[in-house]
Write a protein that binds this ligand. Structure first.
Ligand code: COA
Length: 403
């Protein structure tokens, strides 16, 4: 018997994820969010006034600041949600849109609401340079510009660049540069195969960019995937002081948005909606900042414990490719470093490729891996799956789905 209190995903959609130098680079992240927020309820036939809470994640604050603040509030109003709608903007780095989902799940479990939406939106290529001190500028002297995208490091407060931590810790775990390049190659190959099979069409909504003259630009596919070879990957130089992370085994800087609509099973049945997946667990964890490559594994273990399940129950795994180091290190931890088990886990991880190929608009990626997992479990006839993501200074989120 299906529990009426179960929380089910009923609709999930994302924009294509852009390359760095894309026509999407001038679209505010708020506007990308509006596209997916409208589309996710349109597909489910749910009215804006029925959505009781919208949690909205994003973390490139300098880009959001171009529209001042409260992007969630601005986006809900502009997307046609009533002024009474409750919304929250949150930043938990790359975890943000899964945190948005977890908060909605909590609200439903607490009995505060029945229908919630999780949104993630980011436009990294639109991020402006910052010019601190200009307001109180000296009468004489150079102007210093800061690029918040450069290194995505937390140097200002004495922390390290993510790519440096991830690469160093990967080596500590015996995960070499070659293994990371092999993963990157596989990510591109798997994406290409999945794309040939039309696997992304269901989760995508196009971005239409009007032009002053002529037809609008229509972006309906991810822009970053590229075919490559292991030889070409091996030639790339590491970036940001990392021993292993290169432009080939790191994701590109992207724009994109995703939204997930979820509710109690009871509500879905009342509305005649067929669930995409049941949200079995939504869990967070954190560890020492340097160990960011291991946090997906730690969070997955915590989620499995909460759900009373084991890795063997998981048919599919999504681990966000913040860098190739994350899925490779985390699957090794989950396999207790047993070679056969590790290979088996890697086999069922990111079966349609990951952020290295697709792109990583940081606040939106967690929504993408969650919906990708649900759609792929559907195609494979159901089962359990887990999606996990790491975020700034070794925070993690994981969600277990059942189809
Ligand atoms: C890595 C990074 C600095 C690269 O930026 P970039 O220099 O603008 O990237 P490019 O696409 O121009 O790639 C650089 C070079 O590598 C090459 N390259 C990239 N991917 C390749 C691949 N898969 N195979 C072969 N060559 C590749 C490019 O062709 C380019 O070569 P060129 O310099 O001869 O033209 C940038 O994408 C980045 O910062 N990524 C990490 C983002 C991040 O940290 N995300 C958060 C994680 S939590």
């Amino acid at each position: 018997m299906r529990n009426q209190d179960d929380i089910v995903m009923v609709s999930a959609v994302r924009t294509p994820f852009s390359k760095f130098d894309s026509a999407m680079k001038d679209i505010p992240s708020i506007d990308l969010a509006i596209i997916v927020m409208k589309e996710v309820i349109r597909r489910a036939g749910v009215k804006p006034e029925e959505v009781e809470e919208v949690n909205y994640g994003g973390c490139v604050l300098a880009e959001m600041a171009l529209e001042l603040d409260v992007p969630a509030r601005q986006a809900t109003l502009l997307a046609g949600f009533p002024p009474e709608n409750i919304s929250l903007t949150l930043d938990k780095a790359c975890c943000s849109s899964m945190t948005a989902l977890r908060l909605g799940v909590r609200g439903i479990r607490a009995g505060d609401l029945d229908i919630a939406m999780a949104v993630g939106s980011e436009n990294m290529p639109r991020t402006p340079h910052l010019a601190p001190g200009i307001r109180w500028a000296k009468r004489l002297g150079h102007v210093k510009l800061i690029d918040p995208l450069f290194e995505l490091g937390y140097h200002a407060k004495g922390f390290s660049a993510l790519a440096k931590d991830a690469g160093e810790v990967a080596l500590e775990f015996g995960v070499t540069r070659e293994m990371q390049d092999e993963w990157a190659f596989r990510s591109q190959e798997r994406y290409a195969q999945a794309d040939r099979e039309g696997k992304f069409t269901g989760e995508l909504v196009s971005v239409v960019i009007p032009k002053k003259q002529g037809d609008p630009i229509v972006i309906s596919k991810d822009e970053s995937p590229r075919r490559t070879t292991l030889e070409a990957l091996a030639k790339l130089k590491p970036v940001y002081g990392s021993p292993t992370v290169t432009p080939g085994n790191a994701p590109p800087l992207s724009a994109g948005a995703g939204a997930i609509l979820f509710m109690t099973r009871k509500k879905a049945e009342e509305k005649g909606l067929k669930p995409l997946a049941t949200i079995v667990a939504a869990t967070c964890a954190s560890t020492a900042p340097r160990y960011i490559a291991s946090i997906p594994a730690i969070t997955i273990r915590k989620a499995l414990y909460a759900a009373g399940l084991t890795m063997d129950d998981m048919k599919l795994i999504e681990i966000n490719e913040a860098f190739a180091a994350m899925p490779v290190v985390s699957t090794k931890i989950l396999a207790d470093a047993e070679e056969n088990k590790w290979n088996a886990l890697m086999d069922k991880t990111n079966v349609n490729g990951g952020a290295i190929a697709i792109g990583h608009p940081v606040g939106a990626s967690a929504a993408r891996i969650t919906m990708t997992l649900a759609y792929e479990l559907q195609r494979r006839g159901g089962g359990y799956g887990v999606a996990a993501i790491c975020g700034g200074l070794a925070q993690g989120e994981a969600v277990i789905l059942k189809v």
